[in-house]
Design a binder for this molecule. Sequence first.
Ligand code: CP
Length: 375
Amino acid sequence: MTICEPTLLNLIDDSVLGALHGRSMLLTDQWRREEIETLCSVAAMLEGLDRRGKVPPLLRGELHYGLFFDNSTRTKSSWAGASVRLGATPMVVDGSSTQVAHGETAEETGAMLGMNAHALGIRHDLILGEGNRFMRGVKEGIESYLRERGDDRVVPIVNLQCDIDHPTQTLADLCWLRERFPDGLAGKTIAVSWAYSPSYAKPLSVPQGLITLLTRFGMNVRLAHPRGYELMPQCTDSAAAHAAESGGSFAIMNDMTEAFADADVVYPKSWGPFDLMLERRHEPQRMQAIEAAALARNLEHKQWICDEGLMSRTRGGNALYMHCLPADVGAEVSAKVMERARFSVAREANKKLYVIMALLAVAKVRRLRQALENA
Ligand code: CP
């Protein structure tokens, strides 16, 4: 064991672990703060064990099915890597190749996948109002099938990015922040800012997930975007409520420079204009035209780039730069800023592997604390 593993084990509370058995992760907002903290401790524990090649095959013989209705590099490979490290077999499928494309419902799909698989990861992030609803339907389909069969297996669902949240990303970000700021996050200021992108209209789920999660830990969260790039009201409302409860703060501004002033952490990334992202749902036959309109709108805000000048305004000119990747270098962030942060953002990305391992382990392994203790 490394020096910090016994400490991590002490942070893993059996009663909290008990409440997580069988639990899906659809939105971080549905988990209590101590459950999230326990998850982060399990992820850190698993990371330490993995570095030493000592992860026990806790889920041997299982099938972990990953269903992706959108592109992915990091999350797809993290799902597969997490599953293999736990002794299971991952299978990753393009959602458009399933019968969902022919009208099979979320509930039917859930029942069919749940009868075979032991855990299910889903990415469905393109249409506001659809992704998380699909995941809830799949969960209902799995659970009602298992209930009717009298089958006591648990088949947790892991949200691998939806229209509302990107929990494995934001939890990975939280783990990275906890590592970088071991004295705690309370009182630290993070700027979650829109940034220009010419490549595609990106989902709203990362900034929404960040503001709803990080306000729970006493951080001062500044959300900055041009007018027209608002986030879902349920997420900004939730962030404001969490900040009031945790002793942090939540502010929305339309100025990137103001958001960066004396910030400890900056997270500049692009997302699509709110009205056009909503139009995707109401007029799906116009996807290409909507995408072109979104990129034209983005172009009006080319000056929203994280460059050396903006970074110099942060605390000590040296804020932690974060990005979920892939970043549009030369648009969202200057080449120099990205070059300096290249290793740091790779380490941030690597945390997702351990977050997914932790989500699978806490949902599926009874007596997890003892299993980790004996590893
Ligand atoms: N950040 C992130 O979710 O990356 P992928 O889209 O490559 O999975």
